[in-house]
Every structure is written in C-alpha cells, then in structure tokens.
Design a protein around this ligand. Sequence first.
Ligand SMILES: Cc1cc2nc3c(=O)[nH]c(=O)nc-3n(C[C@H](O)[C@H](O)[C@H](O)COP(=O)(O)OP(=O)(O)OC[C@H]3O[C@@H](n4cnc5c(N)ncnc54)[C@H](O)[C@@H]3O)c2cc1C
Length: 231
Amino acid sequence: MSIKKDWAAKVLKREKVANKTYELTVSKPEGFEYEVGQYVNFKFPEPYFETKDNMMRPLSIASHPKEDVLKFVVRESESDFKKMYKEIKTGDPVSLFGPLGNFIPVEIPKDQNIALLISGIGIAPVLPFFKKLKDEKHEGKIKLFYSNRTPDIVTYDKELENYPLGDNYEYIKVLTGVQKRIDGDFIEAHVGDLNNYVYYIVGTKDFIKSMRTALKDKGVDNKKVKIDNFG
Ligand SMILES: Cc1cc2nc3c(=O)[nH]c(=O)nc-3n(C[C@H](O)[C@H](O)[C@H](O)COP(=O)(O)OP(=O)(O)OC[C@H]3O[C@@H](n4cnc5c(N)ncnc54)[C@H](O)[C@@H]3O)c2cc1C
C-alpha cells in the first residue's frame, strides 16, 4: 500500500451506469497502490462555480488494484459536490487523499462462505471484491443480497448477474418498491445456518443498523460482520 497523501489525478471518462448514477474513471497516479475495499477522500480542487461545500467526500475505489485506472461510482444528489461530479470534464483535475480503510481483508480463507448485504450505491466496492475472489479461485459460497427501491437504480446489474464466480455464487436482487426489505428470515432462507457465513455490509447507516440487528437477532457472532458505513 502507498503512503497516505494527496494524489493528483485527471478525469478520463464519465459514464452513466444506472439512473442518476455515474461512474467516473480517473488516471491512476504513479505510485498509488491500494487494496480492494479501500476508499479515498475525493476532492474537486477547481470547482466550476462558487461554493461553500468543501467539495470533498469519502468515495470507495470501485476499480481493482490491477486495473491501470481508478474508478468511482456515485449517486446523484443536490449537493455541490455531486453537481461537480456530474459536470466535470475529461482532462480536469481531481485530488485523492488516501488510500484509507481496511474493509476487506487482504487474506480471505479460500473456503469461507461470504454474504454481502448491500444497499444502493454501497455496490461500489463489490465488483473489485468479486475480481479478488475470482483471481484467488475462492471455493466458499458467495451470496450477494443487493437492495434497491426500483430496478432503474440497480447499478452494475448485468455484470453482477453474469459475474463468473461459478456455481457457488448467487445474486439475490431485492426491489423494496415491490418487495419486503431484507430481514433475518430472508437471509436465513438463502444461506441456511447463518453462522456459517461472514457478512460484508455496505450502505447508509440506517441500512447497516437494520442488517446488524437482523443478524444479531438471529444469533450471528458480531466478529463475523464487517461494515463499510457510507454515512
Ligand atoms: C468510507 C466511505 C465510502 C463511501 N463511498 C461512497 C461511494 O463509493 N459512492 C457514493 O456515492 N458515496 C459514498 N460514500 C458517501 C459519500 O461520501 C457521501 O456522504 C454521500 O454520497 C452523500 O453525499 P452528498 O454530497 O450527496 O450529500 P450531502 O448532503 O452533501 O452529504 C451527506 C452526508 O455526508 C456528510 N458529508 C458532507 N461532506 C462530507 C465530507 N467531506 N466528509 C465526510 N462526510 C461529509 C454530510 O455531513 C452528510 O451527513 C462513502 C462514504 C464513506 C464514509
């Protein structure tokens, strides 16, 4: 891993990946090394307009360390940061402080069963995580519970549906506009004995609280729960 500092990068591409959801590809600064699941404090040093916003947000790195670019994925909002994210042009500068965090362990036992409980834009670290598991020829089960309100905002849906992780992989899409929210019984129906899994939860603090409670109420040991809290 590289030292934590401000790294200068440039925007290479912006792509709409779901309704109101944009992926930004930026150059990978020379020497910037990170682990899957880390994030940076992502800053726009030269906003196009006057603002009181500090123009910095923590963002998960949505690319894999082996890629020669960095990717980020963000859901639109009314904030000036998000406005800039939507407007920034190819070639313009961004600044990345990091890498930060240790959400996903570097070493994952090959036979560990993994359940990911993800809501909305919490999907950001999941594709690089899948690549890591694929590269490591992971043998345990991998269950992705991905919750969104409506189908139009399900981000990376096709990639997730077709991810080549073999028969041990199951993609469980939950649309809360028409379905019940994820709860302990629902998780249990898909994984069986809940204590046979390690859980990775990513999303807003309310989602995390609700998933933690669901697992706790089912007797899951807290040591088996890893959290990436997007706030
Ligand atoms: C580790 C981590 C990884 C994240 N990864 C992603 C990601 O990949 N994609 C994504 O869309 N979002 C991610 N987030 C959330 C993101 O940082 C924003 O908080 C969120 O997108 C809302 O920002 P906003 O500008 O729309 O809303 P705002 O209303 O401006 O902010 C929403 C919340 O963020 C807080 N906030 C505002 N500025 C900052 C700041 N500079 N630092 C910390 N908090 C601040 C506000 O206090 C408020 O609670 C991540 C958060 C964390 C902590």
